[in-house]
Design a protein around this ligand. Structure first.
Ligand code: NAD
Length: 478
């Protein structure tokens, strides 16, 4: 077991105040490592270092920023198998999914290396004679990055890369479940040529480390991805001191299957969207809204496809569904199976804990047929649990799809261009998919949602500049 997962503060690797073991959810007998946990004082030291490095990094050339980010991206891509192996062991998604996530993280750094060079302003004619107006973007300052456990490389990458590209300094707090991935990413960043303090890693608890970041007057912006409860709480605290906040939170994403859909394609979209990555995606298709004419045929096909999914060790050959990431998440998932049954939903397949060759948090993906008011159809479960809801017709399906407090992603399966266009226009979500799973997005275009799913500007692509920069309007008289 590796035992050197320290924190990175002001250009130095620091032991923590305490340590904790990072578990392997596929094999509880083979933990991933022991990592340092910071306290409030260490977090404050990291924030002070980021603040002191702020001016130096903000005024570096775009070339230097591009070079740093490009180096990080290149190394991640070159080591994607090794990083994928670590991710699979620590978070539990399959090796193929994990390598794909590592590659995505590398590509994100490469993309933002280019964005550092492309940052541009605008020039306006003044309404007054002899005056020129320039509008430029400047770095926000110190960015606190608070990440969840389900994409432990890609989500930190899509926050850290734009923060640094636009000239900000960073204090990064990974989720407690995935310190090793946070450490591995930080270790690569630490060797890429940043000035001391420009990037800092503080592993530790949300209540201590996360809260210290939110509370600090030296932190100018907070980019958070996680649960709605934490996000909303964080927003209130940060708003009191006027910090800029970007929140990406939960989802209860609908996938609508219309009567004219290619049913095999729709089933594939549902399986991938609902169950891959063990359903632990904010964009997971957890509500499958199916027009009455094809409802029974869809359920029959999806039941067989779901039953055949291979649950196993994340590194196992042929594994399609890895373990649930933690014991508490597994208990929560199984609790929702009981809730669904007690409310009268029909459990069609799966839904039980599974024993594999190694002790882990395994569970068979669960498919329910239920009603829109059931809790399993309204609350984010964040596991491999999906519910099919019958819709009378396409209009009813659209109304059901939008009947949720969330608005992250929504999908429709149809062969009709007219319906595809109608749904793209009327689905109340930040991202819409046609004949595709709701989960699985590109890295160079905006990511984010509406309603209770998100707050503040979008992440990723060049839209990321909205959050990580502040606009300056300069007037010059010749
Ligand atoms: P979480 O809210 O429990 O934790 C997220 C992060 O916040 C962790 O790093 C945690 O330590 C930290 N935190 C906890 N309390 C804090 C506090 N008081 N102050 C500051 N930080 C604090 O979420 P999670 O369980 O890690 O992740 C699962 C959730 O994330 C799900 O709801 C999922 O939908 C959501 N998610 C959303 C997106 C998206 O882009 N919309 C992507 C991935 C995950």
């Amino acid at each position: 077991m590796q035992s050197s997962f320290r924190n990175y503060i002001n250009g130095r690797w620091e032991t923590g105040v305490t340590t904790a073991i990072s578990e392997n959810p596929s094999d509880l007998g083979s933990p991933v490592g022991e990592y340092a946990r910071a306290d409030v004082a260490q977090t404050d030291a990291a924030i002070r270092a980021a603040s002191q490095a702020s001016a130096a990094w903000a005024f570096t050339t775009p070339q230097r920023r591009a070079d740093v980010l490009d180096q990080v991206g290149s190394e991640i891509l070159a080591r994607k198998e090794e990083l994928g192996d670590l991710l699979a062991r620590e978070e539990g998604k399959t090796l193929a999914e994990s390598i794909g996530e590592a590659a995505r993280a590398g590509n994100i750094f490469k993309f933002f290396a280019g964005e550092a060079l492309r940052a541009a302003g605008e020039k306006f004619a003044s309404v007054r004679p002899g005056i020129e107006v320039d509008v430029t973007r400047e770095p926000l300052g110190v960015i606190g990055i608070i990440a969840p456990w389900n994409f432990p490389l890609a989500i930190p990458a899509w926050k850290i890369a734009p923060a640094l590209a636009y000239g900000n300094t960073v204090v990064f707090k990974p989720a407690e479940l995935v310190p090793a991935c946070g450490w591995a990413l930080s270790e690569i960043i630490s060797r890429a040529g940043l000035p001391a303090g420009a990037f800092n890693l503080v592993n530790g608890s949300g209540r201590q480390v996360g809260q210290a970041i939110v509370d600090s007057p030296l932190v100018d912006g907070i980019s958070f991805t996680g649960s709605q409860a934490t996000g909303v709480q964080l927003l209130k605290t940060a708003a009191e001191r006027g910090a800029k906040v970007q929140l990406e939170m939960g989802g209860k994403n609908p996938l609508v299957v219309l009567a004219d859909a290619d049913l095999d394609q729709a089933v594939e979209c549902a399986v991938q969207g609902a169950f891959f990555s063990t359903g632990q995606r904010c964009t997971a298709s957890s509500r499958l809204i199916v027009e009455a004419a094809v409802h029974d045929a869809f359920v029959a096909k999806l039941r067989e496809r779901t039953r055949a999914l291979k649950v196993g060790h994340a590194l196992g050959r042929g594994t399609e569904i890895g373990p649930v990431a933690s014991r508490s998440q597994l208990e929560q998932n199984l609790g929702y199976i009981e809730i669904g049954r007690n409310e009268g939903a029909e459990l069609v397949v799966g839904g039980a804990a599974v024993e594999c060759a190694t002790p882990g948090h395994y569970m068979a993906p669960a498919l329910f047929v239920g009603a829109p008011q059931h809790r399993i159809a309204r609350e984010e479960i964040f596991g491999p649990v999906a519910v099919v809801i019958r819709a009378d017709d396409a209009d009813h399906a659209l109304a059901l799809a939008n009947d949720t407090p969330y608005g992250l992603c929504a999908g429709v399966c149809t062969r009709s261009l007219k319906q595809a266009t109608h749904f793209k226009r009327h689905l109340q979500a930040g991202m819409v998919m046609v004949n595709l799973p709701t989960a699985g997005v590109d890295y160079h275009v905006p990511f984010g949602g509406r309603k209770a799913s998100s707050h503040g500007p979008r992440e990723q692509g060049r839209y990321a500049a909205e959050f990580y920069t502040t606009v300056k309007t300069a007037y010059t008289s010749a």
